[in-house]
Design a protein around this ligand. Structure first.
Ligand code: 13P
Length: 341
């Protein structure tokens, strides 16, 4: 069992490759479709996922795709189940298993992620269906008084319970404690909070006997809030992020797979690239981007059949740029290359 976990985790952070997070819940996906001028429906969600997963050449840069339960059970228009389609391309199917962040009792404005009820049985079913890794996201907001220790602790505890159950089912857990960018906070404060969160998460993971070699960490980069009056440059983000991770993430963890978290596509790519240019780290430094890989494609597609090829070219372009950043070989000139070439 532990060999299988290690092998899956290593494959997910193979050189030059990273993860596509296509696991938006139906509510989030519908909001994104609506913003792109697409009438949301189960069929349009399916069509967008088919467009992404059938993009030729993307598998050179994408090691795994995180799916949402609905997508996990959907098929291409010619009837191939999505997990099977991905597997045939050598891409590992993954599954989001949390059921979302809900208000935390007794602490106004804070959230705890739920989804532990029945998780053992759901994991067995997902494994049967081909999933070999999973995701659970805890969310932590920053202001002068938040996150509270209480909120950090309950989210860390749930993340560790989820991770332990995944490993028992032969599934690699991606542990995602996301510190949000909303607000005016400085990069100093983000580094402090991210450090406290990671320390708490790894203490819980250890307590609950999670095999560190058989998991991946999906953290935020250390960033100032959207409304911070003095935003840091890319070098500072890369330096602070690596410093914070080196202080808190054990070397036994095979890989860090960042979320893009509301950064522009170019920032998310350039910062990942800078980190990969800083020399060898104790773990692989990779990506698990949602918006950072898909946003441009969705904007181009707009639900129009005639735009499918152009949207696939946009997705492939982002996958190539991000794959290059994963190797520390990204240059801004790559952004200028015609898409789809
Ligand atoms: P973003 O890259 O859009 O932040 O999404 C990644 C993700 O999976 C968040 O849970």
């Amino acid at each position: 069992m532990s060999d299988e976990l290690r092998e899956t985790a290593d494959r997910l952070v193979a050189n030059g490759k990273g993860i596509l997070a296509a696991d938006e819940s139906n509510g989030t996906m519908d909001k994104r479709l609506d913003e792109a001028g697409v009438e949301p429906s189960e069929e349009m969600r399916r069509q967008l996922r088919e467009l992404l997963f059938t993009t030729e050449g993307a598998a050179e840069h994408i090691s795994g795709v995180i799916l949402y339960d609905e997508t996990f059970r959907q098929s291409t228009s010619d009837g191939t189940l999505f997990p099977e389609l991905l597997r045939k391309q050598g891409v590992i199917p993954g599954i989001k298993v949390d059921t979302g962040a809900t208000p935390l009792a007794g602490s106004e404005g804070e959230k705890v992620t739920e989804g532990l009820d029945g998780l053992r049985e759901r994991l067995e079913e997902y494994y049967e269906g081909g999933a070999r890794f999973a995701k659970w996201r805890g969310v932590l907001g920053i202001d002068d008084h938040h996150p509270t220790r209480y909120c950090v602790h309950v989210n860390a505890h749930a993340l560790a319970r989820y991770a332990a159950l995944c490993q028992q089912a032969g599934i690699v857990p991606i542990v995602e404690p996301e510190v949000l960018m909303d607000g005016e906070h400085t990069i100093d404060r983000s580094e402090e909070v991210t450090g406290q969160v990671l320390a708490t998460v790894f203490a819980e993971l250890r307590e609950q006997r999670v095999l560190l070699e058989g998991m991946l960490l999906k953290p935020n980069m250390v960033l100032a809030g959207y409304e911070c009056p003095e935003p840091p440059d890319d070098e500072e983000v890369a330096d602070r992020t690596l410093r914070c991770l080196r202080r808190h993430v054990p070397a036994a963890v095979p890989g860090i797979v960042f979320l893009s978290g509301g950064q522009s596509d170019e920032h998310a790519t350039a910062r990942l690239n800078l980190m990969n240019q800083c020399g060898a780290q104790p773990w692989e430094v990779s990506f698990s981007y949602g918006r950072g890989l898909q946003a441009a494609a969705l904007k181009t597609w707009r639900g129009e059949q005639a735009e499918t090829a152009a949207a696939q070219a946009q997705y492939l372009h982002r996958a190539r740029c991000t794959g290059a950043a994963r190797r520390g070989e990204y240059t801004p000139e790559l952004e200028g290359e015609p898409v789809g070439t």
